[in-house]
Design a protein around this ligand. Structure first.
Ligand SMILES: *Cc1c(COP(=O)(O)O)cnc(C)c1O
Length: 383
């Protein structure tokens, strides 16, 4: 049967029907009063989602474009930055910063392990002449399913006093608490195809007052991603260049759905989806790649010891039309990743786990009691 694809990758994520219908509207003029009203509402609601009174700017880029804007607007070539590296996206930060000639000091942990906040503290406390200009962190490391302890690392950044905290929240925003103002996060980047429940194409970036001060002295050449004009235009409920108007209208709908659910509702749903997935994997005798307490509420990486993760993924796709993500780089074949970010409900997890059990059986793996995974997930949902 065709057209029953269930997308369980960590982006693009499933899109609700209301949002699809919003996308189907005729484009409207981006300088029209009608569009300005939509921009005004969307910007207000983005601030709500980020829990900030500061600016949240909307760019026509993928998440990486927002990451690039987060670097080039706030630091200078030659500046020392600490970059947390414990997966593919942390490494991307390091590459990006190096591409612009920053003095990158990597603070690394093994892939699958969380970043160690104490390692950041050591670097920051030793930096008495305040050479470190920014600390750059991936909050939810999508490649390994690890949620880094941003809150603690950020506390050490605040004790340092000088450095900005720049965060990739691409798979944490809209899944787990990221209180931008409470924690004083300076720059937070995210992308539309993740927790926002709309297709790829928009990047978002929140900017604190302290980051705007750094912006004044940041001299890396930039044009399209110069955030100054975005701020000026946002004040007039418009954008410097033609935005993907249909995506913005979709975003309007998606943000209203999110507001109706409420931040607490969104966070507890993702927590429940993660817990059910992790409990099910354990009940099936499959390994979990992220240690207990550090699982990302957006994505669970499963390490099926003794089995080829790519084979499992292949059967899941062919037999059940469920798309899971594979391992990246050296993790290919070692892990598969179940995305549960955005427009995902308890039923989706039950369907995925039941299909996983059936796929494992088909592959001849019988190291579990039939139904054990579904039962474990159901127990979490019954609580
Ligand atoms: C998806 C993702 C990105 C952005 O990737 P794009 O393909 O550029 O949208 C960045 N960081 C993390 C952690 C991600 O999951």
């Amino acid at each position: 049967m065709e057209n029953k694809l269930m997308l369980m990758i960590p982006g693009p994520t499933p899109v609700p029907e209301q949002v699809l219908l919003a996308l189907a509207k005729h484009p409207m003029g981006h300088r029209s009063g009608e569009f300005s009203k939509i921009m005004a509402e969307v910007t207000e609601n983005l601030k709500w989602l980020h829990q900030t009174q500061s600016d949240v700017l909307t760019l026509t880029v993928s998440g990486t474009g927002a990451m690039e804007a987060a670097i080039i607007n706030f630091v200078n070539t030659g500046d020392r930055v600490l970059v947390g590296c414990n997966g593919k996206f942390g490494d991307r930060w390091a590459k990006l910063a190096q591409a612009f000639g920053l003095d990158v000091v990597k603070v690394s942990a093994e892939w699958g392990q969380p970043l160690d906040p104490e390692a950041f503290r050591a670097h920051l406390e030793a930096d008495t002449d305040k050479k470190i200009k920014a600390v750059i962190i991936t909050h939810s490391e999508t490649s390994t399913g690890v949620l880094n302890d941003l809150e603690t690392i950020n506390r050490y950044v605040k004790a340092h006093g000088e450095a900005l905290i720049i965060v990739d929240a691409v798979t944490s925003l809209g899944a787990v608490n990221v209180p931008v103002d409470d924690w004083g996060l300076d720059v937070v980047a995210s992308g539309s195809q993740k927790g926002y429940m709309i297709p790829p194409g928009l990047g978002f970036i929140s900017v604190s007052a302290k980051a705007w001060q750094a912006y004044e002295n940041a001299k890396i050449p930039r044009f399209y991603l110069d955030l100054g004009p975005y701020k000026k235009n946002a004040a007039k409920n418009t954008t410097p260049f033609t935005p993907p108007v249909n995506l913005i209208i979709a975003l309007q709908t998606a943000l209203n759905m999110m507001k109706a659910e409420g931040l607490e509702g969104i966070f507890s749903r993702h927590q429940r989806l993660m817990t059910a997935t992790r409990e099910a994997a354990k009940a099936l005798g499959l390994g979990l790649f992220a240690p207990e307490g550090y699982g990302s509420p957006a994505i669970t990486a499963v390490a099926p010891t003794g089995l080829d993760a790519e084979q499992i993924r292949s059967v899941m796709k062919k037999r059940y039309d469920i798309a899971l993500a594979g391992g990246q780089d050296h993790l290919k074949g070692q892990i598969f990743r179940i995305g549960h970010l955005g427009f995902v409900c308890d039923r989706d997890i039950l369907a995925a786990i039941a299909s996983l059990e059936a796929s494992l059986r088909e592959l001849g793996y019988e190291g579990f009691t039939p139904g054990a995974g579904v039962a474990a997930a159901a127990r979490v949902f019954a609580q």
